[in-house]
Design a protein around this ligand. Sequence first.
Ligand SMILES: [Zn+2]
Length: 258
Amino acid sequence: MSRPTTLHRTPHRPHAWLAWLAASQLAVAGLWWVAGWRWGLPALLLSHAAFIVPVFLPRATLYAPALSRLPGDERQVWLTIDDGPSDDTPAILDALDRHGMQATFFLVGQRAQARPELVREILRRGHGVANHTWSHPQAWFWALGPRAMAAQVERAQAVLGELAGQPPRWFRAVAGHTNPFLAAPLRRLGLARAAWSVRGYDAVDGDVVRVLQRLQRGLGPGAIVLLHEGAPHGRSVEIVEAALCLLREQGYASVIPE
Ligand SMILES: [Zn+2]
C-alpha cells in the first residue's frame, strides 16, 4: 500500500498564486523599465500566459496540489469513474464485482441527491465516493468566481457526506480545470484534488477500440485511470467492461488510496 499522508494533499496556501502574480508583474515592470518595450511587452504576455494556461492543464498544480499518479512500481492502478450516479451505475458495479476490482466514483452532488440508493449501493459494494462538484458546469467551471466555486464544492460535499455517513476526501475538477478560487474551499473541507495519468476520452468518444487504445498507451504501474459513466453516446458500460478486461489481462490490480 502507498503512503496516505503524502498522497492526500489538501492545499495549504490557497492564495500563494497572488504572491507569484505580484512578483512576476514587478519583474516585468522592472524589465520594461531597464530594457524597453521590446523585452517588456513579450515578458508581460508570457507572464500572463503563465497564470492562464495552468487553468486548463489537468495536472498543473499552480492553483492547487493534485495527485496524478500513485508512487511505486507495483502493477496497480487507481480506477476512477466520473460523472455519476447514472443509469449505468448498477451495470458498472456488476462489472467491477466480476473482475474483482475496486474503484472510486467521483459523483456529481445533484445527481447523487436525485438517486441516493445508487450512492449507497456503490458504498455497500466496497467502492469509494468522491466529490465531482454539485452540478458539473462543464463549460464554465474554469471561470467560476470565488462564491460560485465554493458553492459547487460545498453543496456536493454536504450531500455526499450525508449519504455516505462521512465526508469525501477527494475532489476532481470538472474537465480537470482549476482556477485561483478552487483551493480555498478544498482546504476548508479537507479535500485533496485527484487528477489522472490515463484517459481514453470516453466521455465524448463511444468507440470502444479507440478508447482502449488510448488507455493502453498510458497504462503503467501507479496509473490513475479516468473513466466515465452515463456518457451521451450510451456505451460507458461497454467501455468500462473492456477497460477492466484490459487491466486484468495486463496483470493490474486496483487500489484506492486513502
Ligand atoms: Zn466530469
